[in-house]
Write a protein that binds this ligand. Sequence first.
Ligand code: FES
Length: 112
Amino acid sequence: MPTVTFHKGGQTYTGEVPDNANLVVRAGIRQFPFPHLRYECGMGKCAKCACRVLAGAEHLPPVNWKEKKQLGERIESGYRLACQLWLGHDIELAQDAEVAPAREPAAAVGQP
Ligand code: FES
Protein backbone atom coordinates (compact mmCIF):
# COMPACT_ATOMS: atom_id res chain seq x y z
CA MET A 1 0.00 0.00 0.00
CA PRO A 2 1.71 3.19 -1.12
CA THR A 3 1.88 6.07 1.31
CA VAL A 4 1.02 9.42 -0.26
CA THR A 5 2.34 12.61 1.29
CA PHE A 6 0.50 15.58 -0.16
CA HIS A 7 1.42 19.22 0.44
CA LYS A 8 -0.96 22.05 -0.27
CA GLY A 9 -1.51 25.51 1.12
CA GLY A 10 1.21 25.09 3.73
CA GLN A 11 -0.39 21.89 5.07
CA THR A 12 0.80 18.31 4.75
CA TYR A 13 -1.66 15.44 4.41
CA THR A 14 -0.57 11.82 4.54
CA GLY A 15 -2.53 8.71 3.73
CA GLU A 16 -2.21 5.15 2.48
CA VAL A 17 -3.81 4.21 -0.80
CA PRO A 18 -4.31 0.79 -2.43
CA ASP A 19 -1.81 -0.38 -5.04
CA ASN A 20 -2.44 1.18 -8.45
CA ALA A 21 -4.57 3.93 -6.96
CA ASN A 22 -5.27 7.05 -8.96
CA LEU A 23 -5.59 10.10 -6.74
CA VAL A 24 -8.16 11.86 -8.92
CA VAL A 25 -10.35 8.75 -9.03
CA ARG A 26 -10.05 8.49 -5.25
CA ALA A 27 -10.88 12.16 -4.73
CA GLY A 28 -13.92 11.62 -6.95
CA ILE A 29 -15.25 9.05 -4.49
CA ARG A 30 -14.30 11.20 -1.53
CA GLN A 31 -11.32 9.16 -0.42
CA PHE A 32 -7.92 10.58 0.52
CA PRO A 33 -6.63 13.01 -0.73
CA PHE A 34 -10.17 14.41 -0.92
CA PRO A 35 -10.99 17.25 -0.34
CA HIS A 36 -7.51 18.68 -0.77
CA LEU A 37 -6.64 17.63 -4.32
CA ARG A 38 -7.76 20.05 -7.03
CA TYR A 39 -8.87 18.38 -10.26
CA GLU A 40 -11.54 18.72 -12.89
CA CYS A 41 -11.65 16.58 -16.02
CA GLY A 42 -9.86 13.43 -14.87
CA MET A 43 -8.74 12.88 -18.45
CA GLY A 44 -5.54 14.86 -18.88
CA LYS A 45 -7.27 17.81 -20.53
CA CYS A 46 -7.42 20.59 -17.95
CA ALA A 47 -4.15 20.49 -15.92
CA LYS A 48 -6.06 21.36 -12.74
CA CYS A 49 -4.62 18.25 -11.08
CA ALA A 50 -1.01 19.23 -11.81
CA CYS A 51 1.30 18.38 -8.93
CA ARG A 52 5.02 18.66 -8.41
CA VAL A 53 6.57 15.33 -7.45
CA LEU A 54 8.96 15.82 -4.53
CA ALA A 55 9.88 12.17 -3.97
CA GLY A 56 9.15 8.87 -5.67
CA ALA A 57 9.24 10.12 -9.27
CA GLU A 58 11.57 7.27 -10.19
CA HIS A 59 8.71 4.81 -9.71
CA LEU A 60 6.29 6.63 -12.00
CA PRO A 61 5.67 5.71 -15.63
CA PRO A 62 7.13 7.97 -18.31
CA VAL A 63 5.35 11.26 -18.96
CA ASN A 64 2.56 10.62 -21.46
CA TRP A 65 1.46 12.81 -24.37
CA LYS A 66 -1.37 14.41 -22.41
CA GLU A 67 1.04 15.50 -19.70
CA LYS A 68 3.46 16.85 -22.30
CA LYS A 69 0.65 18.84 -23.90
CA GLN A 70 -0.75 20.23 -20.64
CA LEU A 71 2.42 20.80 -18.65
CA GLY A 72 4.98 21.79 -21.26
CA GLU A 73 8.19 23.02 -19.66
CA ARG A 74 6.88 22.36 -16.15
CA ILE A 75 7.67 18.68 -16.67
CA GLU A 76 11.33 19.58 -16.22
CA SER A 77 10.45 21.02 -12.79
CA GLY A 78 8.89 17.72 -11.75
CA TYR A 79 5.24 18.38 -12.52
CA ARG A 80 2.89 15.53 -13.41
CA LEU A 81 -0.85 15.23 -13.90
CA ALA A 82 -2.24 13.30 -10.94
CA CYS A 83 -5.11 11.98 -13.07
CA GLN A 84 -2.60 10.24 -15.33
CA LEU A 85 -0.76 8.42 -12.53
CA TRP A 86 -1.55 5.04 -11.01
CA LEU A 87 0.55 4.68 -7.91
CA GLY A 88 2.44 1.58 -6.94
CA HIS A 89 5.00 3.13 -4.60
CA ASP A 90 5.27 5.79 -1.94
CA ILE A 91 5.14 9.30 -3.34
CA GLU A 92 5.36 12.88 -2.11
CA LEU A 93 3.52 15.55 -4.06
CA ALA A 94 2.85 19.25 -3.79
CA GLN A 95 0.01 21.09 -5.48
CA ASP A 96 0.33 24.82 -6.05
CA ALA A 97 -2.50 27.19 -5.25
CA GLU A 98 -3.26 27.47 -8.96
CA VAL A 99 -1.52 26.27 -12.09
CA ALA A 100 -2.20 27.95 -15.39
CA PRO A 101 -2.47 25.77 -18.48
CA ALA A 102 0.64 25.35 -20.59
CA ARG A 103 0.92 27.56 -23.63
CA GLU A 104 -2.08 27.15 -25.86
CA PRO A 105 -1.42 25.77 -29.32
CA ALA A 106 -3.40 28.70 -30.71
CA ALA A 107 -0.89 31.13 -29.17
CA ALA A 108 1.57 30.26 -31.91
CA VAL A 109 -0.93 31.10 -34.63
CA GLY A 110 -0.35 34.49 -36.17
CA GLN A 111 3.24 34.72 -34.95
CA PRO A 112 5.47 36.28 -37.63
S1 FES B 1 -7.96 16.46 -13.83
FE1 FES B 1 -7.87 17.47 -15.73
S2 FES B 1 -5.85 17.08 -16.39
FE2 FES B 1 -6.01 15.92 -14.55
